[in-house]
Design a protein around this ligand. Structure first.
Ligand code: SF4
Length: 431
């Protein structure tokens, strides 16, 4: 979502004649768009500012703005501790960036804008054409979260759930497709909680799938509680909807899920997966896991491992519990660090085995790849298959923006290597 926000910040600042630069040393305005989901995010801000100060030691100081969730959560502290920072802007206030920069051009006195202006933000952004021109483009459709999982900062940094209007989203999708997008990744902290005047995520998917030149649709990140029948059916009815679903489960123990306030059980989670496989057998899953949550016993941990093996997630993103200030879980008694770390290592080794054996089975198979860009070295092209695996091929033809059949020859943990076998006839949405 920060990537989407950063692109929109570029679109905004163009209106006051600022252009992005790749050379940090020539910037006269420096915007650091931050994420607060993991520990040490604030340390990274101070570290980056330190580097900036060094680079600009013998030059006029640039305007320095901190945007995003660190600004939202710790804006006042940042302004107090680091005088080099001129302004902090929360993720729901970045539409005010031009006003802020123009003010700072005249006079550098600290500015803190961290209100939750989400309606006003999207009202301002809607009038501005999205100029992102990637083959695979992000589109924020929903922000914020009302679930209040006990470990999570999102409800405090992004605010309550808010869904953008279907009309605006169809318009913005058309803009992105006109710019060259073949794939749209619909984004939301709780993307399947999308609900605008009774239109749900499934309605939006079916609507944008009618855009002829849009070939692929994905969405992330979902919550099991909002995985309704209509969304499951969208996977049956819309071939443009890709068969990889990222559905965080966090733990395989009902006791821990309850302690986390996740609002679902392991059984309910598995039931959703079963229904999805029933409508589309080729669907695969990826998930997020928190290992070592306060109160997690060895038996709870074993249940998480059991779930991992049972589902065979093709990608598992696992982290040791990271206490975030301001969340209810912050004050809970923590597990012994070494014990939690051992569990994480054990978990990750099993997850890696599952991933490796899945990827081995892909060797000599043919997959459909949407090519996103030419690589820096040689005539090599990078793309992704339907299950979001990274694939690289060599080709004399420009493959960017095309979907091709690729035979997988070999691969490693992160990338598959293959050769083009043919063009792919693109299927359309049946609904
Ligand atoms: S559902 Fe996701 S975004 Fe919302 S509080 Fe839980 S983890 Fe955070």
């Amino acid at each position: 979502m920060n990537e989407y926000d950063s692109n929109r910040i570029f679109d905004l600042t163009k209106k006051i004649n600022y252009e992005p630069t790749k050379d940090l040393n020539e910037a006269n305005c420096y915007i650091l768009n931050t994420c607060h989901i993991r520990e040490k995010a604030t340390d990274k801000v101070y570290h980056d500012i330190g580097r900036l100060k060094k680079n600009f030691r013998n030059k006029p100081k640039p305007i320095v703005l901190i945007a995003g969730c660190v600004a939202q959560a710790e804006g006042n502290i940042l302004l107090k501790n680091e005088k080099y920072i001129d302004a902090v802007l929360g993720p729901q206030s970045y539409h005010q960036i031009n006003k802020t920069i123009l003010k700072l051009e005249k006079k550098k006195s600290p500015i803190n804008i961290t209100e939750f202006d989400v309606i006003e933000k999207f009202d301002s952004l809607n009038s501005l054409k999205n100029t992102d021109n990637k083959v695979s483009s992000f589109l924020t459709i929903q922000e914020g979260c009302d679930k209040f999982c006990k470990f999570c900062v999102v409800p405090y940094t992004r605010g309550a759930e808010y869904s953008r209007s279907m009309k605006e989203l169809v318009l913005e999708t058309n803009q992105l497709v006109e710019n060259g997008a073949k794939e749209i990744i619909l984004l939301g902290q709780n993307v399947n909680a999308y609900n605008f005047e009774k239109s749900k995520l499934s309605d939006l998917i079916l609507e944008i799938s009618k855009i002829k030149d849009l070939k692929r649709i994905r969405y992330t990140t979902s919550h099991p509680k909002d995985f309704t029948r209509d969304l499951i059916d969208a996977h049956k009815n819309c071939e443009k909807l890709m068969p990889l679903i990222h559905l965080p489960v966090q733990s395989g123990s009902n006791k821990i899920l309850e302690a986390m306030n996740r609002k679902h059980t392991v059984e309910e989670y598995l039931e959703i997966l079963k229904k999805l496989i029933k409508v589309k057998p080729e669907i695969k899953f990826s998930s997020d896991f928190i290992i070592g949550y306060p109160g997690e016993t060895n038996e709870d941990f074993k249940n998480t491992v059991k779930l991992l093996n049972q589902v065979g997630f093709i990608n598992s993103y696992s982290f040791m519990f990271s206490p975030r200030p301001g969340t209810p879980a912050f004050d809970l008694p923590r597990l012994d660090h070494a014990e939690a770390k051992n569990r994480l290592i054990e978990f990750q080794l099993i997850a890696e085995d599952i991933k490796n054996s899945y990827r081995k089975k892909l060797i000599n198979k043919t997959v459909n790849v949407l090519f996103e860009n030419k690589m820096k070295t040689g005539d090599r092209y990078f793309g992704r298959d339907e299950h979001f695996n990274s694939v690289i091929v060599e080709s004399d033809d420009n493959l960017v923006g095309t979907i091709r059949n690729v035979k997988i020859i070999n691969g490693n943990q992160n990338t598959l290597y293959g050769e083009i076998t043919s063009n792919l006839k693109q299927t359309n949405c049946a609904a």
